[in-house]
Design a protein around this ligand. Sequence first.
Ligand code: C2E
Ligand code: CA
Ligand code: CA
Length: 644
Amino acid sequence: MLTNNIIVRNPSNYVLIRGYSPVADMMLIVLCGILLLILREIFIKKSKSFIIFKVSIALLCAAALSNTCFYYTAVNFNNDLLLHIFKAFYHITLMLVSSLYITYMMMLIKLPKKETRIITSASYAILIIGCTAEIMCPILRYSFYRSEDGEWVRNMIVNPFNVSYILFMIVLLVIMLRYRRRIPEKLLKVLLVTEFICVAIVVTASCYGHTSFTATTALLPILDILYMVHANVYSLKTGALNASSFDEYLSQTTAGSKIYYMCLKFDTDIEFTMPDELGKLFYSFWRKHFKKALLFNPATGFFVLAVDSTNIDNVAQLGLDLVSTDFRKHFNNYRIPYRIVLFEHLDFCTNLRQFYDVFSYFTDSMPVNSYMACDEPDYRAYRNMMYVKSQLRDIYLNGSLDDERVIVYCQPVHNVATGRFDTAESLMRLSLPDTGMVYPDVFIPLAEKYGYIHKLSMIILNKTCREIHRLNDEGYLFSRISVNLSIHELAEEHFIDEFKDIVRRNNVSFESIAVELTESRNDTEYEIVAELVRQFRQLGVCTYLDDFGTGYSNFDRILSLKLDVVKFDRSLLLMTDNDSNSEFILDYFSSAFEKLGYRILYEGVETDAQEAICIAGHADYLQGYKFSKPVPIEDLSKFFTKNS
Ligand code: C2E
Ligand code: CA
Ligand code: CA
């Protein structure tokens, strides 16, 4: 036995050190010390559960230290009070570790409040009774004390520490088994195996008369959790932390904190082409100037440097200077297209998805190989976009075809043959409580991107039909009003049934409605459009090809669709202002469409000169500010003649 060779100053203390070796405790102190160092240097967590986790390691370290002191005192001194203090301290810290472990587990598995209260009370009760008993035992001469005849009496089985330790283990086991579904399956498996190993170690050690490993076993589940729950993975290639670390960092960064993000995104998928040295270069470039900054690499080719700018004056300018000098000097050699955006921590940026949304919003309007620092107007624009998006979502979920936030404007269309207005186009506006009128260039792309456009179109259709009904009732003469459909919504299930239903419910004829479709972008879309056009034709709904001249212009596809009206985009007219060939091109296209039986509508006619060009270019209809800007649909009647 190890202690055999040790000379004990007070021979009666020999019984205390028999079966004990300080090696395990010393190892434990070293391991806990290293863990704390690692946590301090690389870990970014500030959550409550993580603090508990750190405190547990520190307590474990203190326990091992006090047990070593106990051993050292027993060997070298003749001081019973010190021995009692170290022993009690050792046991109390271990009990604290157990109770913290239980609190930690409850947080990890997000136990409901009621259960948390019950288990916390039980754990506090065990802790308080255990600690009190631990302190009182030597005074009441129970469990561990020096008897009258100077010999140590130790009850190894029933002492306050062992009893509370077993009780803690029971509570823990109950939590783990009762709420096993809340613990990730793999973590539970590893924890149970670890607990089993811990018990095996303690039992085996005590069979050999050893007591040195009790505290060490408490470290093992901590290692599991450190690795499986709290690991922050560093990439060797770039020196950066990964996506989940960044997500966690964002969730912990509070609103109003002075964190500044410098984000870089390479444009291509550079997983296979990004040389290692590029990652390292990026790392050194930033770290040279912002020593305490954290670098994240949340996705391939996407880097974020989070700088705490509390003590840095004008961090944005410093960042921009670095980009324009160091960054460009190094990165231009690689010729990988990039975008760089610098912005501060925003209260609506608390997870990776939101962060990426903000970043993409800013980069969407940036050319490649460019950089910018955002400021208040940019943040406001983003907030505004988010607001519009949330309102669109609300309109969509609300589901009402009469939603008052969706407003119909109409632009009357001039009929060249009759010289009158007899058709019009419905154009959507939003009237939102916080921002007032919002125009299509802001909300149509959002509605299309997030799948809300179909609901909006149906609202416009419904309101347009209602107005057609009113105009009919009041005896106005007009042929039809057109509504715009988005290419994104045409594949919508039951589209045509919904369309028919709305028109019928408003008691208007299908002939008084027209639909404007844009060119399809691929064969699948083409098939869908072709089928819809066939169905609209059967119903008697007039079909318009919108924005001719801007799209993908697969002429074969367009011609085989056979719509009723083609709308020449404003850009074709603008072209005639500075290009002498363009009137020839306009004539070429308009003749072709005319021969195929299309009627031709020119959009965006603003001047007399443009009108003349359109009329020379086979125009049947003219639409533009020259005749009228879009007006609220209620005012449309002013443009139509009345049945006398
Ligand atoms: P669009 O279908 O090409 O509509 C014509 C746009 O040109 C309208 O802009 C109109 O106000 C504008 N415009 C008309 N005459 C002139 C002119 O002489 N000069 C100039 N510079 N512009 C003129 P608006 O209302 O802002 O709509 C923009 C686009 O938003 C529309 O282009 C259409 O693509 C989309 N949109 C509008 N309403 C709806 C809708 O209800 N559903 C769908 N899916 N899209 C819509
Ligand atoms: Ca249109
Ligand atoms: Ca158009």
